[in-house]
Design a protein around this ligand. Structure first.
Ligand SMILES: [Zn+2]
Length: 74
């Protein structure tokens, strides 16, 4: 996953189509520790594994097509 800094893209609810690439490849981001089922979904790209480092940004959703990450509006 690319880790370059970018302005935060926020949504109130999970977007259907990615605003960056237009594809419907938005999935939830999960953070360790997670169970086997979740691990499988990460492998199948049905979920994205986030960086659990407390100093790293913690997006709520991500695009599996272009790698853009999205944040939930507080
Ligand atoms: Zn995308």
């Amino acid at each position: 996953m690319r880790a370059h800094l970018q302005p935060k893209v926020t949504f109130e609810t999970k977007p259907v189509n990615c605003p960056a690439c237009g594809r419907s490849c938005i999935v939830d981001v999960v953070y360790a520790p997670f169970d086997k089922e979740t691990e499988e979904k990460v492998k199948q790209q049905k979920l994205i594994q986030g960086n659990e480092d407390p100093l790293a940004p913690h997006p709520t959703w991500g695009c599996t097509s272009c790698g853009t990450m999205f944040y939930k509006e507080k």
